[in-house]
Design a binder for this molecule. Structure first.
Ligand code: NAD
Length: 502
């Protein structure tokens, strides 16, 4: 059903947002009794006060997850049965799609036209995909000879702590929870403090779908307290993290200082989007540039924040990207016509404005945008912003802004493009636009990035792994069957076949 702005506004006014922690299958207040405001970034108004999880609540959640894991209520189910429950969860999410769509839009300002089509749809697909895969994986027998049998099997690691960001809350959570649960683990999820609402609701739906109490716990709270407590907990066996590089490194430290738990981190990016003069369809490429940096208000780890353009088409591309930027002007996220909403909160707004000022101070040329906008709404809106004549050593080209700010950098040769592209501490993704097949392959091989798009941007699918090189990622990938490596141990069992040993 397609709703109008006024219908969505009415639904928003009546929304019943979840507000308690979800531990051991129960809704509970924080042990401290404290709460924090879930704020709508489009208005600055409080949606609801959510229980503020702290270290003691994390303890309770880990206890519950540990008990659930040890007694096998989930881990010892047949894989097919776990898979059926995940498929049922996908169905429950679909049945409650409109509510989840609205909660996501209110919590993080995501345009309503995308929160169903992208976030809910991808979340449903992820749970269903892992559910379907659950009973289709086999162990191995090693080719060791006749005297003994070497069996190689996969086992769940135990209690997984998932710590996640706010830019695609429901979807990123599903990339963690679905494979972790499929493999038989119990999970404690600490969503970002900016985006607790859909995480709490999915916890409830998981119980409804048949995931036993204690197997999935959801504890919203601040990173420095609840996140840290999970990272340092001695009975957590693994952390799956998505967020900034700085916090990803902290989890390595937490692990080192506690029980050497395994850590996987999907972290920041500064994606080079490289357009050669022989790009096969420049109109399409320029449209994709707009999408790459202005969609989701640029709050994307893969945002194409550095646009490298070959000199002969440089002026033309700068002008046309400036025009495209105007089509991404932000608006009310509840309006189905809106393509870009606010940024997530005031801190993010100030950070982005600070980078824009720095860009001008360091000599980049501001082509369009550059200011806060729609201040009368009380929300945190930023104009789509384009800088040209950027050098790769400027702050706006080096640091992750995580906002709608594009830096355009000219280049003269393929080698120079490759050097600029790789001259970054990040390595999440890269894109190349060219009709030269040899150049496409050479660039793809030379780019130090986990994903390379040739003549497209942000094509993605649950069947392919996602994750970065360098300081964009550590310890495994999200999505696809490769994600299971993060949530399983590989066990070797030797069986003596009674022929005198090996
Ligand atoms: P963040 O690192 O500030 O927060 C991520 C999570 O870590 C949140 O749940 C937060 O509460 C928690 N956290 C914060 N400080 C902590 C601490 N001291 N100890 C323990 N936990 C702590 O990141 P963010 O602002 O939520 O998200 C933006 C970042 O996420 C960007 O850098 C972006 O590139 C990255 N990101 C990466 C991917 C990817 O797949 N590579 C995807 C989305 C976002």
């Amino acid at each position: 059903m397609t709703r109008t702005l006024s219908e969505w506004s009415e639904a928003a006014a009546a929304v019943d947002a979840p507000s308690q922690l979800f531990i051991d299958g129960e809704h509970v207040d924080a042990l401290s009794g404290e709460r924090f405001a879930a704020v709508n970034p489009a208005t600055g108004e409080t949606i609801t006060e959510v229980a503020l999880g702290g270290a003691a609540d994390i303890d309770a959640a880990v206890d519950s997850a540990r008990t659930a894991f040890e007694d096998g209520r989930w881990a010892n189910l047949a894989p097919r049965d776990r898979g059926q429950v995940l498929i049922k969860l996908a169905g429950c999410i679909e049945d409650n799609a409109e509510e989840l769509q609205l909660l996501e839009t209110l919590d993080v300002g995501k345009p309503i036209r995308y929160s169903r089509r992208v976030d809910v749809a991808q979340t449903v697909n992820t749970y269903a995909w892992y559910g379907e895969a659950a009973d289709k994986l086999y162990g191995e027998i090693a080719p060791t000879g006749p005297h003994a049998l070497g069996m190689i099997t996969k086992e769940p690691i135990g209690v997984v702590g998932a710590v996640t960001p706010w830019n695609f809350p429901m979807m990123m959570n599903s990339w963690k929870l679905a494979p972790a649960l499929m493999a038989g683990n119990s999970v404690v999820l600490k969503p970002a403090e900016q985006s607790p609402l859909t995480a709490l609701r999915i916890g409830e739906l998981a119980l409804e779908a048949g995931i036993p109490p204690g197997v999935l716990n959801v504890v919203p709270g601040y990173g420095e307290t609840a996140g840290r407590a999970l990272g340092r907990h001695p009975f957590v066996d693994g952390i799956t993290f998505t967020g900034s590089t700085e916090v990803g490194k902290l989890f390595l430290e937490y692990s080192a200082k506690s029980n050497m738990k395994r850590v996987s981190a999907e972290t920041g990016g500064k994606t080079p989007n490289i357009i050669f003069a022989d790009a096969p369809d420049l109109d399409f490429a320029i449209g994709a540039v707009g999408f790459s940096i202005f969609w989701n208000t640029g709050e994307m780890c893969i945002a194409g924040s550095r646009l490298l353009v070959e000199r002969p088409i440089y002026d033309q591309v700068v002008e046309r990207v400036g025009e495209v930027a105007d089509s991404w002007a932000p608006g009310n996220p509840l309006d189905p016509a809106t393509k870009a909403g606010p940024v997530v909160d005031d801190a993010q707004l100030q950070k982005i404005i600070g980078y824009i000022e720095r860009g001008t101070e360091e000599g980049a040329r501001l082509v369009v945008g550059g200011s806060r906008t729609l201040t009368e709404t009380g929300g945190y809106f930023v104009e789509p912003t384009v800088f040209a004549d950027v050098r790769n050593d400027m702050t706006i080209a080096r640091e992750e802004i995580f906002g709608p700010v594009l830096s355009i950098i000219p280049f003269d040769t393929q080698q120079e493009a490759l050097e600029i592209a790789n001259d970054t501490r990040y390595g999440l993704s890269a894109a190349v636009w060219t009709s030269n097949l040899a150049r496409a392959h050479t660039m793809a091989a030379g780019l130090r990035a986990g994903t390379v798009w040739i003549n497209n941007f942000d094509t993605s699918d649950i069947t392919v792994p996602f994750g970065g090189y360098k300081e964009s990622g550590f310890g495994g990938k999200d999505k696809s069957l490769h994600a299971l490596d993060k949530y399983t141990h590989t066990k070797t069992t030797w069986i003596n076949l009674g022929r005198g040993g090996v």
